[in-house]
Design a protein. Sequence first.
Length: 147
Amino acid sequence: MSYHSIDVSKEQLRTMVASMFLSTWIVNYPRQELNEEFEDVRNLVLAEYYKDSMQEEVEYQPHADVYELNQETENTWMERYVQEYDEHSFWDQLIEKLSQKEMIDAFGEEIMNRPLKEEEVEKQLEIEAKVEEKLEKNGLWALTWED
């Protein structure tokens, strides 16, 4: 195995730590088991950050031989990055799924199993714009559920 090193400033290292936190959070969030490859790299980056006099943001857990962000830093980054991502992602996916439902209603289920024709793409964009406008105007209150 070959090893590489890079020279980074303290601020760049902090940005790298934030990037590692966010990427491992996204990778591990839907899983029962942590992704060990990501966890190993995260631990390496956090160890360097810890050694660089950043004990106020990173804690060493000797019983597990791992480095962890302290709760305050983690909460700050969750609020700054993850909550905004979740909010945008939720609305984007909701618009996409509701539009897909309308496309299936209009063209049948097989439309989701093949590339769209030009007129179908235009129809999909039209539906997405309509759904987005309706959600922006009424929020979730515009949705109804029928059995």
